[in-house]
Design a protein around this ligand. Structure first.
Ligand code: TGC
Ligand code: FAD
Length: 392
């Protein structure tokens, strides 16, 4: 892979709207990605391996629980800092950002928000430090967009719960130490349970042959009569709103992360367009290539403003789930379109691992599907503006 010469575009001087702390946090994440992710990520993706060696670095830049209070080992940062960290990591690779998203928003967040003080103290510091890695089990083989239909269930056996069922498409599952699992009790009410590796009847087979997010490990969570201690139930919220609340936090991070992938594609294509000579001129001097670049920087700038405003609303605790859906949907779609256009600008070179664009493009096919598909987010906006539910 070519050396990482990334320069971040900031066409509207959005940096002026950030604090010095925001910029320091972003620069630390950016420098770490250049130093520790860029040199290894192409090989990891080609080999379809999650590069575990980067876990301590992720912890060091605050990517595990950026907004979790410091008393639990988190970084105690605001939501814009969280977004900027996700942007920089996904600039490196969406699969690496996935690992950070899952750990922070889908594992640490529910333990922090819905757990007991004992659960917070037991799990959060180790998760923040990357000593333990987590996964989040909501999706099932027959229940993806419609998680309310889940069949994974647990029964009260007096001194423990007995958990049965299976989850599919679970990021980090093959190596997770703990899993936050959503399952129905005997009354059909959804609850979160913390399942630990080593519990009898719990297995995590890996899903192979992915063309997307190859540097992220994806797998199943299988529960066959798993005895879960009663103290592992998250007591402070139940119902579908509990996992969906976690998704709000992760979807927000993805809205920022996708900008990172788009910026990397744009920056790569811009540099290439100035160096690649055809018909006696740099290809960047042709109108057709300029149209692509001009549209890319316009869309990136709009996405940056959308994410920043959403971050301000999140900081004030005013962001609605529908606003988060809009940003996730728009920014991932924007990034995927830019990746496709940027890939074409590199001609044949665009399909090789010499450049990051094709990897971003393939990764974004997952990002546009997970955490709510492109269609589901459109329907969330549709419901919000019309009041009519078109899901069912
Ligand atoms: P619905 O009746 O609308 O809602 C049920 C209850 O949930 C509440 N609620 C929310 N609460 C918090 N945040 C949200 N975003 C919420 N959306 C809804 C709602 O108020 C209600 O509460 P209550 O108290 O009235 O019961 O539920 P529904 O069954 O009609 O489904 C709605 C729908 C389709 C939008 C929802 O199911 C959905 O978002 N589906 C998409 C599923 C999804 O996103 N799965 C993601 C799995 S995790 C993942 O992909 C991780 S990838 C990680 C990585 O690698 O980065
Ligand atoms: P389906 O729900 O079967 O959808 C198929 C198609 O039908 C889609 O185009 C969808 O938009 C459309 N559709 C569905 N319902 C409607 C409707 N009402 N109206 C119109 N169109 C509709 N899940 C987890 O729980 N944890 C994870 O860590 C996790 N990581 C993932 C990692 C990867 C790499 C991938 C690919 C997925 C991951 N997921 C995870 C699962 C992900 O959230 C689901 O794939 C996603 O929610 C869609 O579910 P599905 O794949 O079953 O598609």
């Amino acid at each position: 892979m070519k050396p990482d010469l990334f320069e971040a575009p900031d066409y509207y001087n959005i940096d002026d709207l950030l604090t010095e702390e925001h910029k320091l946090i972003r620069e630390a994440a950016r420098a770490w990605v250049k130093r520790d992710v860029s040199p290894i990520i192409e090989e990891a993706a080609q080999n379809a391996e999650f590069p575990k060696s980067i876990i301590p670095g992720l912890a060091e830049i605050g990517a595990f629980g950026p907004y979790i209070p410091e008393q639990y080992g988190g970084a105690g940062l605001d939501q814009i800092s969280y977004g900027l960290i996700m942007q920089e990591i996904e600039r490196g690779d969406s699969g690496v950002r996935s690992t950070a998203s899952v750990q922070s928003s889908l594992v640490m967040y529910p333990i922090w928000k819905y757990g007991t003080e004992a659960q917070r103290n037991k799990y959060l510091p180790k998760l923040a430090a990357g000593e333990w890695m987590g996964s989040f089990g909501l999706t099932e083989p027959d229940h993806g967009s419609n998680p309310a239909g889940m069949v994974t269930n647990f029964k009260d056996k007096g001194d423990h719960y007995l958990l049965n069922g299976a989850k599919l498409w679970i990021s980090n599952s093959p190596f997770c130490d703990v899993a936050v699992v959503w399952a129905k009790n005997e009354e059909g009410r959804i609850h979160g349970l913390i399942v630990e590796r080593g519990m009898e009847g719990f297995s995590t087979p890996e899903t192979h042959n992915k063309w997307s997010l190859r540097a992220s490990a994806t797998g199943e969570l299988i529960f066959q009569d798993v005895k879960v201690p009663k103290e592992n139930l998250l007591p402070n919220k139940s119902g579908l709103g509990a996992p969906l609340g976690c998704l709000d936090s992760a979807r927000y991070g993805i809205a920022w992360g996708a900008i990172g992938a788009a910026m990397d594609c744009y920056d790569t294509a811009l540099r290439y367009s100035k160096e690649r000579i055809q018909f006696g001129k740099p290809i960047g001097a042709f109108q057709l290539q300029q149209k692509k670049l001009a549209e890319m920087i316009t869309e990136i700038t709009k996405a940056q403003l959308l994410a920043l405003r959403l971050g301000q609303l999140k900081n004030e605790d005013k962001a609605t789930s529908a606003q988060i859906s809009m940003a996730k949907r728009n920014n991932v779609d924007m990034a995927l379109k830019i990746a496709r256009e940027a890939r074409q600008m590199l001609g044949g070179m665009g399909i090789t691992g010499e450049y990051p664009i094709m990897r971003h493009m393939m990764n974004l096919e997952s990002v546009i599907t997970y955490e709510g598909t492109h269609d589901i987010h459109l329907l969330i906006t549709g419901l919000d503006v019309t009041g009519f539910n078109a899901f069912k």
